[in-house]
Design a protein. Structure first.
Ligand code: G6P
Length: 475
């Protein structure tokens, strides 16, 4: 057994909550990392005074643990080859498309998996060094599915939780993976395996029964060594009050006004905010909006679309192709349908600080979230939290995890362009009473099920699955 460190709660995720960047004057600086995982876990780490192990982006190798913004961070180095084979390759060109309904073709390369094993092993070793005797280690997401069993091997005293932020695919798709058994066994190193939705947890248990041959009963897996692993759903959320309060500050209110002014004060602003990812359904959504203008249902004097596309995984080929496709489409729609000073779509390839996002959410009348498949989609919840006056409409894909909770949204099938067009139009034409009835109900849901409640319930369940082991972590 490796000798223990001093942290009672260790979060292990591929990314640190901050990315290393170079300031304009050449000095090193930090910037919040992209994606839902980081925005959800940051408040959890702060509340629990834990340590976060992850990659700060880039290839720098002489990295020491540091504190940023009051958080204890342990950076993991990654070589250029590991970035290519573990991160861009196996994580984002094999697992990501496979777990998202194969909306792009997953690539299977044996060298990529070998590097995935190596990097997972290094993360497990680092976690084993940092965790105190009997500590809780919470491992996150598809990049690190082998870490639970590797860590258990090194430190059987630990209480280990795993949470998957993205969908877990149906058995029919998962079975394509040449390394399916290794991944299932990797996850079974955890005491509790958490998913966004209960269907995902059921997929997992069924696969374990069929492929690994362990006995299962409902959400429990019985291992030959006497250990029990539980698989259950814990739908993730956001820090509701943080967004609700931010949206009501004077600065954000003034900036929201400025944004509406800048886009020509139309009667309705549509908004899309996504990482530039092929799972997000950006292309079909913009096409639907363009057709509504072309058909004469909407007028560019009256309705504009603001699309923020956050740069993501730019070295992966499918992401480059997607960017070109979307930019060509935006150019064509604006060229065909815009007027001087009145583009139909304001397209921004950029990432913005939280205040600017809150201002955009406040400025938007209709939030359009149309992924082809999404684990949860926290942007939908952030929008709801920012609608402090209960106005604002959410158009939401049935294939986002969030659709299970946000039933009062205008739910759409993102593959059905006509259906999406009628929902956009319906949300555009809705009266304030209807919008506010729907928004009130959604705000209540997100307020009650915020990220603190999510973390509390996961950590409480983790302690319950393994009561005789480990210290309790105050959720
Ligand atoms: C999603 C994933 C995260 C990932 C994030 C950003 O939210 O679930 O694990 O960190 O996207 O993607 P990136 O590849 O930039 O880390």
């Amino acid at each position: 057994m490796a000798s223990p460190g001093s942290s009672d709660l260790v979060i292990v995720a591929n990314r640190l909550p901050v990315d290393r960047i170079e300031n304009p004057d050449g000095s090193p600086g930090w910037r919040t990392s992209p994606g839902g995982l980081v925005s959800a876990l940051e408040p959890v780490l702060r509340a629990n005074d834990g340590t976060w192990i992850g990659w700060p982006g880039g290839t720098e190798s002489d990295l020491e643990p540091f504190e940023a913004d009051g958080m204890d961070l342990v950076p993991m180095a990654m070589s250029a080859r590991e970035i290519e084979e573990f991160y861009e390759g196996f994580s984002n060109a094999t697992l990501w498309p496979l777990y998202h309904d194969v909306v792009e073709k997953p690539l299977f390369h044996r060298e990529w998996f070998d590097t995935y094993v190596e990097v997972n092993q290094r993360f497990a070793e680092r976690a084993a060094e940092v965790a105190a005797e009997g500590a809780t280690v919470w491992v996150h997401d598809y990049q690190l599915q082998l870490v639970p069993s590797m860590l258990r091997e090194l430190r059987p005293d630990l209480r280990i939780g795993f949470y998957l932020h993205i969908p877990f695919p149906p058995a029919e798709l998962f079975q394509q993976l040449p390394w399916r058994r290794q991944l299932l066994e990797g996850l079974l190193g955890a005491d509790l395996v958490g998913f966004q939705l209960s269907g995902a947890a059921q997929n997992f248990v069924r696969l374990v029964r069929q492929r690994v041959g362990h006995k299962t009963h409902r959400d429990l897996v019985y291992l030959p060594d006497g250990r029990t692993v539980r698989a259950a759903a814990f739908p993730i959320s956001i820090d509701f009050n943080l967004y609700a309060d931010l949206a009501q500050t004077e600065g954000v209110a003034a900036r929201a006004e400025e944004i509406r002014e800048a886009v020509g004060n139309p009667s309705k602003v549509f908004l899309g905010v996504d990482r530039l990812d092929y799972t997000k359904g950006i292309y079909a959504r913009l096409r639907a909006f363009g057709e509504l203008i072309a058909d004469g249902h909407l007028d560019v004097e009256d309705a504009v679309f603001v699309q923020v596309a956050t740069p993501s995984r730019e070295q992966v080929e499918q992401y480059r192709i997607l960017r070109d496709d979307i930019e060509r489409l935006v150019g064509r729609i604006n060229g065909d349908l815009g007027k001087i000073g009145r583009p139909a779509i304001h397209y921004l390839h950029a990432s913005y600080p939280r205040e600017e996002m809150a201002a955009l959410f406040r400025a938007a009348d209709i939030m359009v979230v149309t992924p082809l498949r999404d684990g949860m989609n926290l942007v939908a919840k952030e929008y709801v939290a920012c609608c402090h006056d209960d106005l604002g409409a959410l158009v939401l894909s049935e294939f986002a995890g969030a659709a299970e909770e946000l039933r009062q949204a205008w739910l759409i099938n993102p593959y059905d362009i006509n259906g999406m067009k009628s929902a956009l139009l319906d949300a555009y034409r809705t009266d304030e009473r209807e919008a506010s009835r729907r928004m009130k109900a959604m705000r209540k849901t997100v307020r009650q099920h915020d990220v603190a409640a999510w973390a509390d319930s996961f950590l409480a369940e983790l302690a319950a699955v393994r009561p005789s082991h480990g210290k309790s972590v105050r959720p």
